[in-house]
Design a protein around this ligand. Structure first.
Ligand code: GSH
Length: 217
């Protein structure tokens, strides 16, 4: 059965691959699962029909027969559980890889989102100048900790896993700010993720949505 995911019809990042459908596309490519994409406008995302699939009116969603999922982490986890290639078979290694999935979403993504939201949407606020240094300090501390743990390792725990896929996808959101470059270990780690053929295919597919719209006429 070919699953269907949802993605932005008009990519706010102009095809840079920062929207969260990218991590789902990447996971689908890693496991070799073909998929279809339903593109949604911002208006359509907030319509009752889409809210039946996603209570918060967002992308991505995942439909596979009777199954409907939202939350990129849950979707990637579902794919990792039902296909080979994203989670180790050995029980403890598998549990550790899942731990890294959670860490990416609940420990690393929040300070990155706080920072990105400040930069994109709150730079005109009167409290911006006061708050931003605190946000940056918290983010640098977290990235330093992650960098220390990764050290000279290629991936977070042995071979590439869904934990790395989620972590790289989360870290990528820092790229436009230049913050990633402050952490050479993390920036090399992200580059290793981006070099994977499955990432490249997923990136090209989401970029094609943007370039198709950008064509004149
Ligand atoms: N925690 C959710 C976040 C989903 C999310 O924030 N999606 C964004 C696109 S990356 C979205 O739909 N934004 C539009 C909106 O919230 O109105 C996940 O990981 O799937």
């Amino acid at each position: 059965m070919i699953p269907t995911i949802t993605a932005f019809a008009r990519s706010p990042d102009r095809g840079k691959g920062l929207a969260r459908d990218m991590r789902v596309r990447w996971a689908l490519e890693e496991v070799g699962q073909p998929y279809e994409v339903r593109l949604l406008s911002f208006g359509e995302m907030k319509e009752p029909a889409h809210r039946l699939l996603h209570p918060f009116g967002q992308i991505p969603t995942y439909e596979e027969g009777d199954l409907v999922l939202f939350e990129s982490g849950a979707i990637v986890f579902h794919l990792a559980q039902h296909h080979d290639g994203l989670l180790p078979a050995e029980a403890n290694a598998r549990a550790r890889a899942i731990t890294w999935m959670f860490a990416s979403l609940s420990t690393v993504e929040p300070p990155i989102l706080d920072f990105a939201t400040m930069r994109i949407a709150e730079s005109d606020k009167p409290w911006y100048e006061q708050r931003m240094p605190l946000v940056v300090e918290r983010l640098r501390a977290r990235l330093g900790e992650l960098s220390l743990r990764l050290g000279e390792g290629e991936w977070l725990d042995g071979g590439f896993s869904a934990g790395d896929l989620m972590m790289v996808a989360v870290l990528l959101r820092l790229r436009p700010s230049g913050m990633l470059d402050e952490f050479p270990i993390l920036s090399a780690y992200v580059a290793r993720g981006e070099a994977r053929p499955a990432y490249q295919r997923a990136f090209a597919d989401q970029l094609a949505v943007f370039t198709a719209q950008a064509k004149p006429g």
